[in-house]
Design a protein around this ligand. Structure first.
Ligand code: PPE
Length: 308
């Protein structure tokens, strides 16, 4: 999806014009992929624009930096404020926000210790990642031939930039084969996650989702929100290892992520899921999620962080 430029990007404490927000071609992270980022969304509410679970996203950004050994030259409150500033200054009431911590220009070689750590925060209007039709009517999912990173080889708890080679390979394979999204399995065949989303299934009326840390999936903030919402709706949610065929036999399947939001899956490897249209559990959770992010439900008001 093509970028729609906004006015300003926050770079290392300054607001820079969108077109001037450049890095050098010898930027360390461009070569070795050692960086960490976040994906956050802001939504309109009756009291103005609000960032969904901003504090939790910035906390995950810092824990990713900690895992990767990056010393961030800003505190988490400064980055919370940077996000609010960027959203406010660009005057958007709906947008996607991308903070990134990366190793800048000045050093080369695999030892990152001497490198300068840079931070940037951009935002732009970004529609639903898997399309409005996907959110409304469901998407076609394909099990990838690429396995998800083994957590012993890559620190999958960090949203590390270079780790997304794995996601990109899976995504491209799925799209070229005519599917909307890929789901990756672990090297021993357990369901892990989508290329940029966590996964949930309904089997025999229970909601199941793989245990993120042991299958090398990111601990999604949308997934956490959905678990709370599902419990509030009276559903039991359990962490469970799932095999590929559990996806085929599921009554419902959906994906969660900041960019994707909550997206029904209507087929997996061309096997129709349930009735072939989004199921009642998916629908109920989607409906409550979209009300929650817009600050329309008091129960979740702590998730909605106003920018001014
Ligand atoms: N797994 C992966 C691999 C992942 O990238 C994401 C978010 C999730 C799970 C869900 O996490 P959360 O957003 O906290 O619910 N993916 C981000 C980047 C997507 C992109 O294409 O870029 C996102 O959704 O912002």
């Amino acid at each position: 999806m093509a970028l729609t430029p906004t006015e300003k990007i926050w770079m290392d404490g300054e607001l820079v014009d969108w077109g001037e927000a450049r890095v050098h071609v010898l930027t360390h992270s461009l070569h070795y992929g050692l960086g960490v980022f976040e994906g956050i969304r802001a939504y309109p509410t009756s009291q103005g624009v609000a960032v969904f679970r901003l504090t939790d996203h910035i906390a995950r950004l810092f824990s990713g930096a900690h895992i990767l050994g990056l010393k961030v030259p800003f505190g988490s409150e400064e980055l919370v404020d940077a996000v609010k500033t960027v959203v406010a200054v660009n005057g958007l009431d709906t947008c996607y926000i991308r903070p990134i911590i990366y190793l800048g220009y000045g050093e080369m070689g695999l030892n990152p210790i001497p490198c300068r750590v840079n931070v940037a925060v951009a935002c732009w209007p970004w529609g639903s990642y898997l399309g409005d039709d996907g959110v409304a009517n469901g998407i076609r999912l394909k099990v990838s031939s690429w396995a998800r990173h083994d957590p012993r080889a890559m620190p999958t708890a960090a949203k590390g930039t270079g780790m997304y080679i794995n996601s990109s390979l899976a995504k491209v394979e799925a799209v070229l084969a005519g599917y909307d999204e890929a789901v990756l399995l672990t090297t021993d065949g357990q369901v892990s996650e989508g290329s940029g989303e966590n996964i949930f299934v309904v089997r025999r009326g229970r909601i199941l989702t793989p245990p993120a840390s042991s299958v090398g999936a990111l601990e999604g903030i949308t997934a956490d929100s959905v678990r709370t919402i599902a419990a509030d709706l009276g559903f039991e949610v359990s962490e469970s290892h799932l095999r590929r065929t559990d996806l085929y036999m599921a009554e419902e399947v959906w994906l969660t992520g900041t960019a994707a939001e909550v997206v029904p899956v209507t087929s997996v490897d061309d096997r129709v899921v349930g009735s072939g249209s989004p199921g009642p559990v998916t629908r109920a959770i989607q409906e409550r999620f979209f009300l929650a992010v817009r600050g329309e439900l008091d129960r979740y008001k702590d998730w909605v962080e106003h920018v001014t």
